[in-house]
Design a protein around this ligand. Structure first.
Ligand code: PMV
Length: 332
């Protein structure tokens, strides 16, 4: 217990960064992706969520020790209906969730957040679920959360069924398979201008490049799995940069156009290419926010991190390594 509330479960999940991006839904209500995606689950980016049954009828949600706003509390309550329906237990819950990194700034806080909530709520409501079922449930909270349930190198398959029961993530390889690093360059800690769901829908419905983006993503996911299995860093790096730029290109061609990059984001992309020309293996990626992320191998990480730390416009660097999947424990 942290604040006197009757928490009985503590769940934890790491964020993930997609090398082959998810950007476009085939079903918005169920968060079903139009194409597969491939990611690395990463520490130290982490969410810890405590859960217990509440005394009253209303769900109580605390984020970083403060009551969540109404919008977020409603989103969580709506999400928890899935667990209440499955278990037949309609009790309200109290939840305290904490991230060790900035929320909603393109740092995948919804991924670790909903993965932790999914595995925690499943135990609280006494549902005995497989990893695939937990991943599919996490997906309902936020698409990319499906991947954070699993550890290491992960693929989230598109699935074919309309109910989404075959759209869940699975590990391709455990964290120890390959000591890759992701260096997150923090340019700003404020919330992002457009949420990812809105950005995806605007891109799907208006971008002339959307179809090409999705077609390429199917191939890219197959190629990325192969590159991970063979530990082919150059191949994985090329796919990673192309996927990130392809996603942003599709967004930039939407109406109205969506631009997440800041000047610093682009400058770090050029720095990364410069490093490569100088023989240092570095590849960039970027999600629905301004933070550039550099993928590299362990032996080059210290040198790249030092360059990124000294780079104008970068206020912090988070050095990430592959992590295990979501965990949950009963504390009472
Ligand atoms: O999980 P969502 O709905 O926030 O989508 C996240 C999508 C990207 O971060 C932009 C790409 C990805 O695959 O993580």
């Amino acid at each position: 217990m942290t604040d006197g509330r009757p928490y009985s479960i503590v769940a934890s999940a790491h964020a993930n960064v997609a090398l082959v991006k998810y950007f476009g839904k085939r079903d918005t209500a169920l968060n079903l992706p139009a194409a597969p995606s491939v990611s690395i689950t990463l520490k130290p980016l982490n969410t810890v969520t405590r859960l217990g049954f509440a005394d009253g009828d209303a769900d109580l949600v605390l984020v970083q020790n403060k009551p969540a706003d109404d919008k977020f509390t409603r989103r969580v309550s709506e999400y928890l209906k899935l667990f209440r329906t499955m278990s037949g237990n309609t009790s309200a819950v109290c939840i305290h969730t904490e991230n060790n990194f900035p929320t909603a700034a393109g740092l995948a806080s919804s991924a670790s957040g909903f993965a932790a909530l999914a595995v925690g709520a499943a135990v609280l409501y006494d549902l005995r679920l497989t990893e695939s079922e937990l991943s599919a449930l996490a997906r309902r909270g936020s698409g990319s959360a499906a991947r954070s349930v699993c550890g290491g190198y992960v693929i989230w398959r598109r699935g074919e069924r309309s109910d989404g029961s075959d759209s869940y993530a699975a590990s391709i390889a455990p964290p120890e398979h390959w000591d890759l690093r992701v260096l997150v360059g923090v340019t700003s800690t404020g919330p992002k201008a457009v949420g990812s769901t809105l950005a995806m829908e605007q891109t799907r419905t208006t971008s002339p490049y959307y179809g090409a983006w999705i077609d390429r993503t199917h191939e890219a996911a197959r190629e990325a799995v192969d590159a991970i299995e063979k530990r082919d860093f150059e191949k994985l790096g090329d796919i990673t940069e192309q996927s990130a730029l392809g996603m942003h290109a599709a967004m930039m061609a939407a109406a109205p156009p969506i631009v997440f990059f800041k000047g610093t984001t682009l400058d770090v992309f050029h720095l990364t290419r410069q490093l490569r020309q100088n023989g240092v293996g570095a590849y960039f990626t970027c999600d629905a926010g301004p933070q550039p992320k550099i993928l590299c191998q362990a032996q080059d990480a210290a040198e790249i991190e030092a360059q990124l730390r000294g780079f104008p416009g970068i206020v912090n660097v988070i050095h990430c390594v592959p992590a295990g999947g979501a965990t949950v424990q009963r504390t009472a």
